[in-house]
Design a protein around this ligand. Structure first.
Ligand SMILES: [Zn+2]
Length: 408
C-alpha cells in the first residue's frame, strides 16, 4: 500500500492533553480518532492493528470453541430473569426506552444473552460441554480515562462455556488459561496470571491476566522470575507459589478475566439438562473476557520509545516500510517494483511516496513499523537494499534475503 492511499492521519504535535503515553501515541500515530468521552473511531491503520489482534485471538479460540454473534441491543426481560436488571439500571450500563416505552440496554456483557442463545441446543448431558465466543463492541457508562484503556464503547472478546459437571468446567477453565497465555505471549506482552476475588459477575473462582504497566489501576504481586507467570492479589504473600521466587509489588492493566459462574445464571434463567439418570439439573457455566481495544493500550504502554510505537510483528499493520532516499523517476519506479514483489510474497508493505526523507523516517517509526527498507544509491546501482530496524541498527540485504529479514 502507498502511504498517500492509506487512511491514517498522523500528527507531530499534541492537539490535546493526554493522560498517558498510549493514548497520546494511538492518536498521534493515526490509529484512532477520539470523538470524546471515551468513544473512539479507528482509521484504516487502526483497523488493521485491531484485525491483527483479533486474528491472534481467533486462532486460539477456534481451537476450543465456536464463534457466534449476540445481540447488542437487548430488552430487559432476560436481565429481569437473571435478576440483574434492578442492579445495573441507572448505574454503569446504558439503558433506554423505545417508542413503546419498553426497557432496553446496550449490552455491556452477554451472560444472559448466551443462556438464551444456547437454550434450544441443550437438552441432555450429551449436548454438553462446549464453548461459544464472540468479538465485538460493548458499552459501559464508565468514567472515561487513559484513552483506549477505559472507554464507554470498547471491543471485547467474550466467551461462555456450558458444562454438565464441575470436572468438565475445570478442564475447560484450564484450557482457556492456556489459550489466554498463548494469545498474550503472541502479542508480545509482559503479563501475569493472578488468581482473583470475584466482582459483580458472581461465581466461586476467577483469574485475571494482568499486563504490567504504571498506568494500570490494579496493584498485584508478580513473580520476579521472567519465565514465571505467577501473580497474586493478596499483597501479604511473600513467595511465588509456583517457583518459590520473590514477589514484586507492581501496577498493571487487566487484559483478560476468567470467571467460574457455576449455576448463578442457569438456575435463575432455568437453563437445565437431563443427566444420565434422567434427572433435570442446572447447567454449569463460566465466562471469559479479553479487552481487545484495551490490549492496544497495554501493548503500546509496554512497547514504545521516544519516536513512537514499537509493535511486534504479529500486531503491526505492516511488516516493513519502503523509504526512497532519492527523488528521480527511476528510483520511484524501482521502489514500486520492490513494493509489488514483496507484496506478492505475502508481506504487508507501506511505500512512503510523499514527504521528505526525514518525514518518512519519522512517520514510519511513529506508526511502529519494525523495519524500514531504504532505497538509496546502493540499490539503484547494485540492487543492495539497506534495512533499518526500529532500534536504529542497519544491515544490508539483497531481494532474496529481504523476506526472511523482514519477517524475522
Ligand atoms: Zn514464580
Amino acid at each position: 500500500m502507498k502511504r498517500s492511499e492509506l487512511f491514517a492521519t498522523t500528527s507531530k504535535e499534541s492537539e490535546a492533553e493526554f493522560d498517558c503515553r498510549s493514548a497520546e501515541l494511538a492518536v498521534k500515530a493515526g490509529l484512532v480518532h477520539n470523538y470524546g468521552s471515551g468513544t473512539f473511531g479507528f482509521t484504516h491503520l487502526g483497523r488493521k492493528v485491531l484485525d491483527n489482534i483479533e486474528e491472534v485471538i481467533r486462532d486460539e479460540m477456534d481451537e476450543i470453541g465456536q464463534e457466534v454473534t449476540m445481540n447488542i441491543l437487548q430488552n430487559s426481560e432476560m436481565w429481569e430473569k437473571s435478576g440483574r436488571w434492578k442492579n445495573f439500571e441507572g448505574d454503569e450500563f446504558f439503558t433506554l426506552k423505545n417508542r413503546d416505552n419498553r426497557d432496553f440496554t446496550i449490552a455491556a456483557t452477554h451472560e444472559e444473552a448466551s443462556v438464551e442463545l444456547v437454550r434450544k441446543k441443550i437438552r441432555s448431558y450429551r449436548d454438553l460441554d462446549f464453548i461459544i465466543y464472540q468479538i465485538g463492541r460493548k458499552f459501559r457508562d464508565d468514567r472515561a480515562r487513559k484513552g483506549l484503556l477505559r472507554g464507554k464503547e470498547f471491543f471485547m472478546k467474550d466467551a461462555y462455556s456450558f458444562h454438565a459437571d464441575r470436572e468438565q468446567l475445570q478442564e475447560t477453565y484450564h484450557e482457556m488459561i492456556e489459550a489466554y497465555t498463548t494469545i498474550f505471549e503472541k502479542l508480545g506482552l509482559e503479563f501475569s496470571r493472578v488468581s482473583a476475588e470475584n466482582g459483580s459477575m458472581g461465581g466461586s473462582q476467577s483469574h485475571e491476566f494482568m499486563a504490567e504497566s504504571e498506568i494500570g489501576s490494579d496493584t498485584y504481586l508478580k513473580c520476579v522470575d521472567s519465565e514465571c507467570r505467577y501473580g497474586a492479589k493478596d499483597l501479604g504473600e511473600e513467595k511465588c507459589r509456583e517457583c518459590g521466587s520473590e514477589l514484586q509489588d507492581v501496577s498493571g492493566i487487566e487484559i483478560g478475566h476468567l470467571f467460574k459462574l457455576g449455576k448463578r445464571y442457569s438456575s435463575k434463567m432455568d437453563l437445565t439438562f437431563t443427566d444420565e439418570d434422567g434427572e433435570e439439573k442446572d447447567v454449569i457455566m463460566a465466562s471469559y473476557g479479553i479487552g481487545v481495544s484495551r490490549l492496544i493500550a497495554a501493548i503500546i504502554e509496554q512497547n514504545n520509545d521516544e519516536n513512537g510505537i514499537t509493535w511486534n510483528s504479529k500486531v503491526s499493520a505492516f511488516d516493513c516500510s519502503i523509504i526512497i532516499a532519492r527523488h528521480e523517476d527511476a528510483a520511484v519506479e524501482k521502489a514500486e517494483e520492490l513494493h509489488d514483489k514483496l507484496s506478492e510474497r505475502g508481506l504487508e508493505v507501506l511505500l512512503f511516496d510523499e514527504g521528505s526523507v526525514g518525514e518518512k523516517f519519522a512517520e514510519s517509526d511513529l506508526m511502529g513499523i519494525k523495519r524500514k527498507v531504504i532505497l538509496g544509491n546502493n540499490y539503484l546501482e547494485n540492487d543492495v537494499i539497506e534495512v533499518e530496524k526500529r532500534d536504529g541498527r542497519t544491515f544490508q540485504a539483497d531481494f532474496e534475503e529481504i523476506k526472511e529479514v523482514v519477517s524475522s
